[in-house]
Structures are given as structure tokens and as C-alpha cells.
Design a protein around this ligand. Structure first.
Ligand code: HEM
Length: 475
């Protein structure tokens, strides 16, 4: 009898598990789902998606499914049901329809600590208000005014210090440089003086940002959550102290507190602190990745370095007072080849290789249903590396941008995003890259000594940094 009961239990379990597998693999939908595979229950195809590769090419995960299912397919990643779009038209439509059908979605690592009160998940008038507020910090007016001068001074000072050391890891050196000047401008934080390890906590946060959401000590996800909590705590302490003491520091935090204290204020303490945290993260990590990759590219392509040097030396020659005057906005705007190099770098870097949106209501696209509650993963990197749009797409060739509009995106160039969520820091990042190049190519001799290899998961990682030897040019 026990034996029969045992057989019944096993049979029951087999049926339940088979049923579970079946319903997982064939999700219900009022319409026709795009083709694809949901992978294993819960983990879906996350491990395949995160498996590292070493070329600036379309991720093998996407390539294989694109070949098998076409540009729109279903899968499951990070425990969520997903539709992946690699098609530029569909990507564009989805990113334009933010707030109506497709709202922003953050991986569990992000939302775990940001909660509901964060600027990224805001919509409509509140989102527009936040964007305008941030533009006071990094918009063209601010860049043309104080920031250009501050960034110019900080960059030239850091490069001099690199040269006095003789060697530097560009990835770390640039990240520290941008972190230092941006944290100062944002909340008057100085790592050396305040010593609260804000930068280290950011690094822990970034390392686990795209990882399986397993919050157990020892996992990247756990370190990520801890790092973000610690970083937010440092920022919150600075915020509350400033609010209590009311001692103005002439930084962005003064402005934020002014907004919070307005009658009927849009902004509250929680959103303000999260915004400061996100801005500092956005500012230094992405821009330092772009500059590191760019340094590697120009080291591998001497003719690009030569053309850049010509452009920047010509700027100096046109200046009336060579020695003392810093870079001007007009000079920056005249850097046509530099902007071609920046576009080519961000096209290949694919710093944001995928962008996520949550589906608010069922949508029909090309005869398929994108069901409410699912996540859409837009992959602009596929268009950036499409040979039909970019000849020899894996080649670093800034000249391909000649004669093209260098300052706006398109369906096949979305390195800065598209639609209402277009990167608010794009002008800041481009200016920082241009200022770096200006000093780097005019004043220094340098060569790569170590590192420069990268992996993608699919975000860009430099496991060994990029080390250069550097010395001032003899004039
Ligand atoms: C090379 C550098 C950078 C790249 C490639 C980049 C790329 C992007 C992309 C693709 C988006 C759109 C995300 C989406 O649609 O969900 C975005 C949004 C954003 N970026 Fe950047 N970014 C860079 C630098 C910066 C900098 C320097 C800052 C801050 C100073 C910044 C702040 C932001 C913010 C706050 C958003 C959200 C905008 C919104 O929700 O409306 N980014 N960025």
C-alpha cells in the first residue's frame, strides 16, 4: 500500500512539474505572442543573456535569437517575461510611447533600494519638472557658463598629475576625476576630505547592477544592494545636515533644498536624495567608460589621433593668448572631427546596450501582441552594428560621420536613448570627452602599457583597466 501511495505522490509531482513547465513555456496572452523560448522556470534565459563575450559585436544571445525568430521575440530574463525588440522602427515607437503604453522598468537590483520614490519611475509633469531641474546642473546654459571652466581646470589638473606619476589606469583615473568634480558641484562632497568611501560604495553598486537578484552575502547582487544603501546614506546625511544648518555652499544641493522647501513643493526629501544618488552615478560611470574605450581606439588608430591633434592644435593657433586662456564654448563647438570621434565611440561602445520598459496595456506590433505587465527590452546596439546602415560596422571609423548631423539621434543611432527619456546628461558627457581629448592630444605623449581588454555582459567592463604611460610633450 505504501508503495502505491509513493507512486501516486511521484506521479502527482511529475504532472504538477510538467504542467508548471508547460505553462511557463507557453504563457497565456489575448492574441499572438512573438516567437521565442522562455527558458527554464524562474531563471528563464538570464544566464545565457549575461554570459560574457569579447567583441564590440551584437551579443551572441541576441544574434542567435534574431536569426531564429526574427527581430521581435519573447524570452524571460531576471525572473520577468520579456519581449525583445532589435528592430529600429519598433525600438523608436516604444521609446516614443513612454508614459502612455511603455513606462520605464528597472532591474530588481535598481528598484530594490530606489523604491517608488525615485526620479526614474516618475512620469508626466513630475518627470518634466525633474528634467528641468537637472538641466540647471548639466544643461547647455550651465555647461557654457561655469561648468566648462570647472571641467577644463579639473581635467588639465588631473592630466598633469597623471604625467607626474608617469603611469595611470585610465578607467580609474577618469572615473575618479569625474566623480571628484561632479560630487563637488553636486553636493560639495570631497572624498579625500570627507573620507566616507562614497566612491567605493558606488563601485560595489555598479558591479552587481545587472546580476541575478539573489540577495545572499557573497553574491554580486548583495554587494550591489549594500553599496547602494551605504552610498545613499552618505548622501542623505549630507542632505539632512545642509537642510538643518542652512549653510549655503553654492552647489546643486542648495537649489534642490530650495525646491523641497517651496510651498506646495513637487519634490520631497526621498525623491531628492535618490535623484542626487542617480545623477552622480550617471555622470561618472558612463562617461569614464566612453573615455576609456576612446583612449584604446585612438591608441589602435594613429591616423585618428593625428587628425584629432591637428584639430586641437588649430584651436590653439587661433587663440590670441595661448598660455593663459582656457577652452571657450565657441572653440568646443568648432570641434567637428572630435564630435565625429565621440559619435563613433558611443556607437561602438553601446554603453546602454539595452533599455527596458514595462508594458502598461496590451499593444499590437506587427501582428503580435505585447501583453500588459510584460517587460519590453529594446536593443539599440543591434541597429548600431547593422552592416546595412553602417558599412563595416565593427570598424572604428569616425570619418563615416562626415557631413552627417552630429548632434541628434535617429532610429539607427540611439546611444543617448530617444523620446522623453533621452539622456539629460548627454551634453555634459560630450563636453567632458571633448575637454579630455583637447588636453590629452595637445599636451601629452602616451602609450598603452597594459589592459584595454574588455568583456561585455552585455554592458561594457574593463577587467584589467587600461594602463598608459604618460609624459608631458616637450615644446
Ligand atoms: C557616455 C555617457 C552616457 C551615455 C551613453 C548615456 C546613455 C543614456 C541613455 C541611453 C539613457 C536613456 C535610458 C532610457 O531610455 O531608459 C540615459 C538616460 C539618462 N541619463 Fe545618461 N548617458 C550618459 C551620460 C550621462 C551623464 C553624464 C548623466 C548625468 C550628468 C546622465 C544622466 C542620465 C539621466 C538622469 C537619465 C534619465 C533621463 C530620464 O529619465 O528622463 N547620463 N542615458
Amino acid at each position: 500500500m505504501w508503495c502505491e501511495i509513493g507512486v501516486c505522490i511521484v506521479a502527482f509531482l511529475v504532472i504538477r512539474i510538467t504542467h508548471w513547465f508547460y505553462t511557463w513555456s507557453n504563457p497565456k496572452c489575448d492574441g499572438k505572442l512573438p516567437p521565442g523560448s522562455m527558458g527554464l522556470p524562474i531563471i528563464g534565459e538570464t544566464l545565457q543573456f549575461l554570459s560574457p563575450y569579447k567583441v564590440h559585436d551584437v551579443a551572441p544571445f541576441l544574434k542567435r535569437r534574431l536569426a531564429r525568430y526574427g527581430p521581435l521575440f519573447r524570452t524571460s530574463l531576471f525572473g520577468k517575461k520579456m519581449i525583445v525588440s532589435t528592430d529600429p522602427e519598433i525600438n523608436y515607437t516604444i521609446l516614443q510611447r513612454e508614459s502612455t503604453n511603455f513606462s520605464i522598468w528597472l532591474t530588481d537590483s535598481f528598484s530594490e533600494f530606489l523604491g517608488e520614490e525615485n526620479m526614474l519611475t516618475q512620469h508626466g509633469s513630475f518627470h518634466r519638472y525633474m528634467k528641468n531641474l537637472i538641466l540647471h546642473l548639466v544643461g547647455p546654459e550651465s555647461l557654457r557658463g561655469r561648468l566648462l571652466h570647472q571641467m577644463d581646470e579639473a581635467t588639465s589638473r588631473h592630466l598633469r598629475s597623471w604625467a607626474s606619476q608617469g603611469n595611470v589606469n585610465v578607467k580609474e583615473g577618469i572615473a575618479e576625476m569625474i566623480f571628484e568634480s561632479f560630487a563637488k558641484r553636486l553636493i560639495s562632497y570631497e572624498e579625500k576630505k570627507d573620507g566616507k568611501k562614497l566612491l567605493d560604495n558606488y563601485k560595489a553598486f555598479m558591479n552587481g547592477l545587472i546580476s541575478l537578484p539573489v540577495n545572499i552575502p557573497g553574491t554580486a547582487f548583495h554587494a550591489c544592494v549594500q553599496g547602494s544603501k551605504n552610498a545613499i546614506k552618505v548622501i542623505a546625511d549630507i542632505y539632512h545636515e545642509r537642510k538643518a544648518t542652512k549653510i549655503a555652499q553654492n552647489d546643486f544641493l542648495d537649489r534642490v533644498i530650495e525646491e523641497v522647501e517651496k510651498e506646495n513643493a513637487f519634490l520631497n526629501d526621498g525623491v531628492a536624495i535618490n535623484m542626487l544618488f542617480l545623477l552622480l552615478f550617471g555622470a561618472f560611470e558612463s562617461t569614464s567608460e566612453a573615455i576609456t574605450l576612446l583612449t584604446k581606439f585612438i591608441s589602435d588608430h594613429p591616423q585618428v589621433l593625428e587628425e584629432l591633434t591637428k584639430e586641437h592644435e588649430a584651436i590653439l593657433e587661433r587663440r590670441e593668448n595661448h598660455e593663459n586662456s582656457g577652452l571657450t564654448w565657441e572653440e568646443y563647438k568648432s570641434m567637428t572631427f572630435t564630435h565625429m570621434v565621440i559619435n563613433e565611440t558611443v556607437r561602438l561602445a553601446n554603453i546602454a546596450p539595452v533599455i527596458f520598459r514595462k508594458v502598461g496595456k496590451d499593444a499590437e506590433i506587427r501582428g503580435y501582441t505585447i501583453p500588459k505587465g510584460w517587460i519590453v527590452m529594446v536593443a539599440p546596439a543591434v541597429a548600431h552594428l547593422n552592416p546595412e546602415k553602417y558599412e563595416n560596422p565593427l570598424e572604428f571609423n569616425p570619418w563615416r560621420w562626415k557631413g552627417q548631423d552630429l548632434h541628434s539621434g535617429s532610429k539607427t543611432f540611439m546611444a543617448w536613448g530617444s523620446g522623453t527619456r533621452l539622456c539629460v546628461g548627454a551634453d555634459f558627457a560630450k563636453l567632458q570627452i571633448a575637454i579630455f581629448l583637447h588636453h590629452f592630444v595637445i599636451n601629452y605623449r602616451w602609450r598603452v602599457t597594459k589592459g584595454g581588454d574588455f568583456i561585455r555582459r552585455p554592458s561594457l567592463i574593463f577587467p584589467n583597466g587600461l594602463h598608459i604611460s604618460i609624459a608631458e610633450k616637450q615644446k
